[in-house]
Design a protein around this ligand. Structure first.
Ligand code: FAD
Length: 501
């Protein structure tokens, strides 16, 4: 299906994180060549969660020319070096998925293989001792990478943010409007289609008709255009990702500002803790077929660090993805395109990635089916690999203490994940496919952290004799320790950013 009408008017339906991220970035990247209008209803609230990000968000900010210190002040952000997982592989155990590299490669072989050999010999401590991000996170420290020490681990500190989702949307709205985006407030009550099924316009409650050539559906779980109108269809993944609800509640800050997200496994799901400058965001993600809503709410409320600041709010979702995220002249971005669950904080990244993919395939001269097909293939690949990574956290466990964990431990898993697990078990190797989001070391940390044990290691790792191997590891551990010593406390780093405003 091809349409040769040139694009002039872009309509974004929805003003949550997805809508305003799309508006801000398209207004910047498309340089005022199109009219961009965002339609949102003050009566229909946004999901209001989505506070933990991954390092790619910095690319988004850079593309927009955002001043990072200002961003941190305006969104009450803190810095994030990774995610701590408590009680996942086994009750009482913890590990962290830290961003960034471990140690350093030798003879082109990844560091992890050397560590694995030493660990298999019983002579190496936990792999986190060779990760600056993980050791700094444990110590509550943070600094941005230092550009004047190119050979030091301090030059490579990938980080992300914890941010207030409401403030973030407001910040992006200010940015987008100052770059020419028009905003229409009101509820969309009707969607009009052309004879070929393409969307022609949306009609607001007050009768205003907003017409467009390209529609970006950012209407959240309602999926107003992509599903309610175009009936695109949805692939349900709840047999692999059984969590389908969450209670969320903010509470008063207490204790130190942690530079990482905490994800604690619970009897039928898990609980997040995300510390911001002014409050802590908390939520309990659970599987409704294994736990009642009341029990899930009471687990959350009984496990807060500080006094709750509101009543808990419930969110329902179905894990999975839209059959096509681009259908006719509608591109679904954000929750309207699907949702896995927030365990690895990937949703905001997927919004960013969808926008940059759309810019890559921008239908300037009309809609070409080959472009749309390629866009959808890339989108599916990205989502499916993230899905596998999240499933791994549930499946690779020794827990059988509740029916939920027993189900996850024994459930069938996608073939793509099975292959990764088998390869890792045999040799500790992970092969990153194409440009899938999570790199080898991300997978390795989670695999090992969840208790999956590699039987062997790469043969090149045995070219060092035992003393050389342990000296190599010892030096790196030493350097990482020294680097952490000179880093400032996370709380002090933020205080300096705030004070400079
Ligand atoms: P919404 O926020 O729901 O916005 C929808 C918009 O559409 C609203 O402005 C609404 O007014 C508008 N709208 C709807 N219908 C109409 C209509 N008829 N007329 C006019 N306007 C309409 N992501 C992360 O990256 N990290 C996380 O830590 C994270 N945690 C999460 C935890 C939970 C429990 C959930 C459910 C999600 C989480 N996410 C997280 C995902 C993240 O919240 C979303 O990706 C992000 O907020 C984008 O939402 P959205 O803009 O697509 O939808």
């Amino acid at each position: 299906m091809t349409s040769t009408t040139p694009i002039r008017n872009i309509v974004i339906v929805g003003g949550g994180t997805a809508g305003w991220m799309a508006a801000a970035s398209l207004s910047r990247l498309l340089q005022n060549r199109y009219t961009i209008r965002l339609v949102e209803s003050d009566e229909i609230s946004t999901v209001g969660v989505g506070e933990s990000t991954i390092p790619m968000i910095r690319l988004f900010n850079t593309a927009l020319g955002i001043n990072e210190d200002e961003f941190v002040r305006e969104t009450k952000a803190t810095f994030k070096l990774g995610i701590e997982f408590q009680d996942w592989g086994k009750l009482g155990e913890r590990y962290m998925h830290g961003f960034g590299t471990f140690g350093q490669p030798l003879w082109t072989l990844e560091f992890f293989q050397y560590w694995l050999r030493a660990w298999q010999l019983g002579k190496a401590p936990d792999v986190e001792r060779y990760s600056l991000n993980r050791m700094a996170a444990n110590a509550g420290k943070f600094m941005r990478p230092s550009t004047d020490m190119p050979n030091s681990p301090l030059a490579d500190i990938p980080y992300a943010f914890h941010l207030d989702a409401g403030l973030y949307a407001r910040y992006l709205r200010k940015y987008a409007e100052s770059h020419g985006v028009l905003r229409t407030e009101g509820k969309v009550v009707e969607v009009r289609q052309r004879a070929d099924g393409f969307i022609d316009s949306v009609v607001m409650e007050n009768g205003t008709v907003v017409a467009g050539d390209l529609f970006i559906d950012c209407s959240g779980f309602r999926a107003l255009l992509i599903e309610q109108t175009l009936k695109t269809g949805f692939e349900d993944w709840s047999h692999w990702l059984p969590c389908d609800r969450a209670w969320a509640v903010p509470c008063e800050l207490s204790g130190d500002l942690l530079p990482y997200t905490r994800a604690t496994a619970r009897p039928a799901g898990w609980q997040w803790r995300i510390g911001l400058q002014h409050r802590t965001g908390n939520g309990h993600v659970y599987a409704s077929r294994f736990m009642s809503d009341d029990e899930a709410a009471s687990i959350l409320m009984n496990n807060l660090d500080g006094k709750p600041l509101a009543e808990p709010k419930m969110l329902r979702f179905m894990p999975g993805k839209r059959n096509k995220t681009w259908n006719k002249n509608v591109v679904a971005v954000g929750l309207s395109s699907g949702f896995l669950e927030p365990l690895e904080s990937t949703s905001i990244f997927q919004i960013q990635s969808a926008i940059s993919r759309l810019v890559g395939f921008f239908p300037d001269a009309g809609f070409r089916q080959a472009d749309i097909d390629e866009y959808n293939l890339q989108s599916d690949f990205e989502t499916e690999r993230i899905r596998d990574f999240i499933i791994l956290h549930y499946h690779a466990t020794e827990r059988n203490d509740t029916p939920f964990w027993d189900y996850c431990r024994t459930m069938a898993i996608p073939e793509t994940l099975r292959r990764k697990l088998d390869l890792y078990k045999s040799s500790g190797r992970v092969v990153r496919e194409n440009n899938e989001l999570f790199a080898e070391i991300g997978w390795q940390q989670v695999l090992h952290g969840q208790g999956v044990r590699a039987q062997g290691h790469h043969p090149l790792a045995a070219l060092l004799d035992e003393k050389e191997l342990l000296d190599f590891l010892g030096n790196i551990e030493n350097v990482i320790g020294k680097c952490v010593d000179v880093m400032p406390a996370h709380r002090d780093f933020i205080a300096a950013v705030v004070a400079a405003g």
